[in-house]
Write a protein that binds this ligand. Structure first.
Ligand SMILES: Cc1cc2nc3c(=O)[nH]c(=O)nc-3n(C[C@H](O)[C@H](O)[C@H](O)COP(=O)(O)OP(=O)(O)OC[C@H]3O[C@@H](n4cnc5c(N)ncnc54)[C@H](O)[C@@H]3O)c2cc1C
Length: 769
């Protein structure tokens, strides 16, 4: 007892008396911290400092304030946005024939290009004062997503001008002259933009672009002016083949110091009309057989005036900062919208097909193996839509959360890939045979595009989410890094000392709390709600403590090495990401008014994310190089082991049953999916067959009984089935008429397209009747 009291007194003196604390703890810790601090390049520092910390910071703190999450406003469309969605968007959707676009034209037809330009689809992020639509992130996401349910190629063509590129950069940094000249032209579609960063030598490591400009005198429009002689070689650039204006990123040097800011200014962004002498565009790539414009641009010794730098001379060398500052908004909207679109189509159409398609005498959706895949589709689609909404809500609040958007981009595209695979597996041959009736193939083939662009996924998971997240979201590490970087060493030490005492308190709190929640199964953790979802909040709070503790231990013990230990850090990033997705699911459940019909989806989704958190922690602890620390963490966070199980089969079965009922729940979960009340429409033919068969389910039961009794032939279908049933008086005349119609729809729903052999050879693909 005495020993314990003496120990507490010593700790209190050491921590409580500033001079003693500074010399015994803070100074050595300061020296250690400076030593282990990861070496950061200027581009990495810019990336790390860009953007805001939002709900991710709460999750990282170990003590998320759930009420703050639930208070976040769920964005609503303005009257203008709703009118556009109801009118222009619907008109566009009715014009789209994706098979024709992808397989025949390999381009959008001229009337679609014209309509997109005329109606402002390329101007959703441009201010009204310049003729743009000034739509919110929520409307932008909805519009791009709904288009993607019809055509990935059209959606990508719309999404790019509304994401990171000339419009966004001009709005934030352009001079008045640049804005007044370019923004109205971008808004009315006179100038189609593209933005070129990537080249053969610089993909993920975009900061290392070799494209190069030198400030010098040259001739422009007959006058000698100060400008830039540029050389570039870019590839993969979306819209480049049809662009009128090229946003170009390059490294700028000023060897004669015309600007008086040194010889090497750094990455710079300029806007160059593609008609300018020496600018080469037009060559096309063919990205996974999609028809959106994507290609190369290059130029040799092209001279441009200095005032083509976005933002003018003052922004020479600030291009990287501009790009990372603007990256978040587009990254949180565009690709997530595409992933959601695949989810909505997959859930709606797979449910329909699983009901319509019979094998072994049953709808395939009644087989447990198929139900497992349908459960994944419905459960993950609930997560995808929830994540889309939460991230868009943050953007609508004016946040620019860089870690949140990186998590959103990565996990939504990965979940989209899983959903797409399951949908295709269930459709089997129907999903594989391409043609005007195939609503899955194009999006399925496009998935790797979403995985690759705006930060390829492996890089995003391994470097960006935790690499940025750990320092950005941690309540003290960024500030400690700033203190360590203070050129006035003593002032830095004083700041560090203040931070360290708080950091020690933070770590001690997390250690005790993680252990307590581990011992009690989080039964005493906070939940802002009661009822079915309360326990999930408690488990997530517990895992948030575990993350905060593990992140501190990893940073303390591995220091700068943690950046290179991607397999370790990515798993902590996974924990953060699944905490974020699970919170999004809980918030959506509340926002939607706690729909009881959604509970199987909510449970599936939350159990999946908790399970993934367990898997990530297990992998982290199994592979953490400091074995004693790993053992200690395991005891503290999981004293009785890791017990988060994969979603129960019963949820998958309830989900697959729900997917095969044409009701309001199905509509709510798949509202983005466009289908037309037309038996020849790509999605309409399946939807109508499903609705009709569901309506006639009692008739089909009667027919099956009659078949078993031998009253009508077991192998009959179509008109022959209706005739036989009528003759055997199993159905009456009017039901027979309905059955004939339904059978025609059913046969069409299970049919696939075929083509004349020579047409396939010639690439004409005119579907045979
Ligand atoms: C269809 C399409 C459209 C595009 N549109 C544009 C556009 O409009 N403008 C533009 O500028 N660019 C565009 N891009 C380029 C896109 O952003 C790049 O493809 C992307 O940055 C990846 O570069 P890369 O393909 O060269 O892959 P690489 O950089 O060669 O990467 C290869 C693999 O290594 C991984 N990797 C790399 N470094 C690390 C690391 N440190 N840790 C872990 N993994 C790592 C990556 O994740 C990837 O899986 C487009 C690309 C495509 C395919």
């Amino acid at each position: 007892m005495y020993v314990l009291l003496i120990l507490i007194a010593v700790i209190a003196i050491v921590l409580g008396v500033p001079d003693i604390r500074r010399s015994l703890i803070s100074r050595p810790a300061f020296a250690f911290f400076k030593r282990v601090l990861p070496p950061l390049s200027a581009t990495e520092r810019d990336a790390m400092e860009a953007g805001d910390v939002w709900w991710d910071g709460e999750l990282f703190s170990g003590k998320p304030d759930w009420n703050r999450l639930l208070r976040t406003t769920n964005p609503k469309f303005s009257a203008d946005e709703q009118a556009f969605i109801d009118n222009q968007l619907e008109t566009l959707l009715a014009m789209i024939d994706d098979f024709d676009i992808v397989m025949q034209q390999r381009d959008l037809p001229p009337e679609i290009w014209d309509y997109l330009k005329k109606e402002g689809f390329f101007a959703m992020i441009i201010g009204k004062e310049f003729g743009g639509l000034a739509f919110s992130a929520a409307a932008n996401s909805h519009i791009v997503g709904r288009i993607a349910t019809r055509s990935l190629s059209v959606a990508v063509s719309v999404m790019v001008p509304n994401s990171l590129g000339p419009g966004e950069l001009l709005t934030h940094y352009g001079t008045d002259e640049q804005k007044n000249y370019w923004l109205p032209r971008l808004a009315n579609g006179d100038a189609v933009p593209c933005f070129a960063l990537t080249g053969p030598e610089a993909g993920s490591d975009a900061g290392s672009i070799p494209d190069h400009g030198v400030i010098c005198k040259g001739e422009h429009e007959g006058n000698e002016v100060l400008g830039i002689k540029l050389n570039w070689d870019k590839r993969y650039i979306t819209l480049a083949p049809v662009a009128d204006v090229l946003g170009l990123a390059f490294k700028l040097d000023d060897p004669d110091e015309h600007l008086g800011r040194g010889k090497h200014l750094g990455i710079t962004c300029a806007l160059i009309p593609t008609s300018h002498p020496g600018v080469k565009t037009g060559d096309r790539h063919f990205p996974l057989a999609q028809a959106f414009m994507n290609g190369t641009t290059y130029g040799k010794d092209v001279f441009i005036p200095l005032d083509w730098i976005i933002g003018g001379q003052d922004y020479a060398g600030k291009g990287w900062r501009m790009l990372v500052e603007c990256l978040s908004a587009g990254r949180g909207i565009s690709l997530p919208a595409l992933a959601t679109a695949s989810g909505h189509v997959a859930q709606r159409m797979t449910g329909a097909y699983a009901y319509v398609r019979h094998q072994f005498g049953l709808p395939i959706g009644k087989f447990e193996g198929v139900q497992a895949a349908m459960g994944r589709i419905g459960g993950l689609n609930y997560s995808v839509e929830s994540m889309r909404r939460l991230t868009v809500a943050a953007l609508c609040e004016g946040q620019s959360p860089s870690v949140v958007t990186a998590m959103t981009k990565y996990h939504m595209t990965e979940m989209g890939r899983t959903i797409g695979n399951d949908a295709l597996d269930i459709h089997a041959g129907k999903g594989i045979q391409m043609g005007p009736r195939n609503y899955l193939a194009s999006n399925y083939m496009g998935v790797p595009i979403s995985i690759t662009v705006e930060g390829a996924n492996i890089l995003t998971r391994n470097l960006m989410i935790f690499g940025q997240g750990a320092t950005r979201c941690h309540p003290y590490v960024m500030k400690e890094m700033a203190a360590a970087g203070n050129p006035d060493e003593e002032a830095g030490l004083r700041e560090f000392d203040q931070l360290l005492i708080k950091h020690i308190g933070f770590a001690a709190g997390n250690t005790l709390s993680a252990f307590w929640h581990g011992l009690t199964g989080a039964r005493f953790a906070d939940s802002p709600v009661s009822g079915e979802t309360a326990r999930y909040y408690q488990h997530l709070s517990r895992m948030s403590r575990g993350l905060a503790l593990s992140a501190d231990v990893a940073m303390l013990t591995l220091g700068g090495d943690l950046k290179r230990k991607e397999m370790i850090s990515a798993r902590l990033g996974d924990v953060l990401s699944h905490l974020y997705i699970a919170s999004a699911v809980l918030k959506r459940f509340e926002d939607d008014g706690r729909q009881q019909a959604d509970l199987p989806f909510v449970r599936y989704s939350l159990e999946h994310h908790l399970h993934q958190i367990g898997v990530a922690f297990d992998g982290f602890l199994q592979n953490f190089p400091q074995r004693i620390m790993a053992g200690l963490l395991r005891v503290l966070i999981f004293p009785f082991g890791i017990h988060y199980k994969a979603p129960a089969d019963i949820h998958a079965q309830s989900i697959s049953d729900a997917m095969m009922i044409p009701d309001a729940t199905r509509d709510r979960h798949t509202f983005l999916c466009y289908w037309r009340d037309d038996e020849n429409d790509v999605t309409g033919h399946m939807e109508l067959a499903f609705q009709k068969m569901f309506k006639l389910q009692d008739v089909y039961k009667r027919l099956r009984k009659a078949q078993k009794k031998g009253q009508i032939g077991a192998d009959l279908n179509g008109d022959a089935l209706a005739d036989a049933a009528l003759q055997a008086e199993v159905i009456d005349q009017s039901t027979a008429a309905e059955l004939r119609h339904c059978e025609r729809l059913r046969m069409s729903a299970i049919a696939v397209d075929s083509f004349a052999s020579e047409d396939v050879k010639d690439g004409k693909f005119k579907a045979l009747d």
